[in-house]
Ligand binder design. Structure first.
Ligand code: FES
Length: 302
C-alpha cells in the first residue's frame, strides 16, 4: 500500500519547475569567471564611502534597489497600458522616458548590492542583470523609434521590453524571497530571545579585548569584554549572516565598531546601528550586567 502511494507521488506533475530551474542555475559554474571579474570591478569602482552606502540603501534602512526597480517597471507597464488604450502618444513617450531614466540608478543600486552577495546568489543575479539589460535596450530602442515617428515599431519594442523585464522581475523575486538577498538576516533574533535578563557566562571566562562567540538558547552572540565592560550583539551579521566575532574592532567617528569579516559592514558596538553597508538593518544589541558572583547577564535592547 505504502509502495503504491510513493509511486503515485513520484508521478505527480512538477508544479514548481521554473523554481527548480533556478535552483539549478544557482549551482551552475559556467559563468563564474565573468561573475568574479565583474563583482571585483564593481567593488573597486564603487569603493567604500557615501556613494556605496547610498546605493546599498544604508540611509533608508533597507536596500534601495527594490523601490527603484518598482518605479522603473511601473513606468514601463504604464507605457504598455497607454499604448493599448490608444492614449496620447506623448503621454506614453513621457512615461517611457521616465522609466528609462529611472533604470540607470536602479541598475547602479542593483549591481552594487550584487557585488557583495554569495556566489549562488550572484549566479542568479547575473542572469537577472543580463535580462534587465536586454529589457533596457528594448525600452531605449522603443523610445528612439517613437521619437523618430515609428510608432508601431516603438510599441512592439516596448512590449518585447516588458517581456524581458518580467523575466528579470521573476529572477529578482527568486533572489529576494528564495535566496534572501537583501533580507535582514538578524531579524529572527528578536523572536528567539525572551525579554528579561538571561545568564550568559562567567566574566572571567571571557578574553579581554578580543571578541568571542557565545551561545544563548538558539542564537549565537558576539561578546566583547573590555575590562569590566561587556558588549553584546547578535553574532550573525544582518547582511548575510557572517560571523561578527571574527571581525575587526575599529573606531568610526569616535565610536567603537565591529567590521564584518565577510563583506565589510560596519556596526556600532553601542547599539548595533549601521555605519557602513552593505548591511542596511541594525544589528540586534543587548544590554549587559555582571552579577556579584561574576555571571554576565544579557537582555535584548528593545
Ligand atoms: S555578511 Fe556581508 S557584511 Fe556581514
Amino acid at each position: 500500500m505504502e509502495k503504491t502511494k510513493s509511486r503515485r507521488a513520484l508521478r505527480m506533475p512538477r508544479v514548481n519547475a521554473s523554481a527548480d530551474a533556478l535552483d539549478r542555475l544557482e549551482r551552475t559554474t559556467v559563468m563564474d569567471r565573468p561573475i568574479r571579474g565583474l563583482a571585483k570591478a564593481v567593488r573597486q569602482k564603487i569603493g567604500p564611502g557615501r556613494l556605496r552606502d547610498l546605493l546599498h540603501g544604508v540611509p533608508f534602512g533597507h536596500p534601495l534597489h527594490p523601490p527603484l526597480a518598482t518605479a522603473s517597471i511601473g513606468c514601463f507597464l504604464a507605457t504598455a497600458l497607454l499604448d493599448a488604450t490608444g492614449a496620447d502618444p506623448r503621454a506614453a513617450r513621457t512615461v517611457l522616458l521616465a522609466g528609462v531614466a529611472a533604470s540607470v540608478p536602479t541598475a547602479a543600486a542593483g549591481i552594487t548590492d550584487w557585488s557583495t552577495l554569495h556566489r549562488e546568489q550572484q549566479r542568479v543575479g547575473f542572469v537577472h542583470g543580463l535580462t534587465n539589460l536586454a529589457g533596457f535596450g528594448l525600452f531605449a530602442s522603443s523610445l528612439v523609434a517613437r521619437l523618430a515617428g515609428r510608432a508601431k515599431a516603438g510599441r512592439m519594442l516596448g512590449l518585447a521590453g516588458l517581456c524581458a523585464a518580467s523575466a528579470g522581475a521573476y529572477l529578482g523575486g527568486h533572489l529576494a524571497f528564495r535566496q534572501a538577498a537583501g533580507a535582514n538576516h538578524a531579524e529572527s533574533v528578536a523572536h528567539l530571545v525572551p525579554l528579561g535578563w538571561h545568564d550568559l557566562c562567567a566574566l572571567k571566562d571571557l578574553p579581554d579585548g578580543r571578541p568571542v562567540s557565545r551561545r544563548l538558547g538558539y542564537i549565537d552572540l558576539f561578546v566583547l569584554r573590555q575590562g569590566d565592560d561587556v558588549t553584546v550583539l547578535a553574532d550573525h551579521c544582518a547582511h548575510l549572516a557572517g560571523p561578527l566575532h571574527q571581525g575587526r574592532i575599529t573606531v568610526e567617528d569616535d565610536d567603537a565598531c565591529v567590521v564584518c569579516p565577510w563583506h565589510g559592514s560596519v556596526f556600532r558596538l553601542s547599539d548595533g546601528s549601521v555605519v557602513h553597508g552593505p548591511a542596511t538593518a541594525r544589528q540586534p544589541a543587548f544590554h549587559t550586567r555582571t552579577r556579584r558572583d561574576g555571571t554576565v547577564q544579557v537582555r535584548p535592547a528593545t
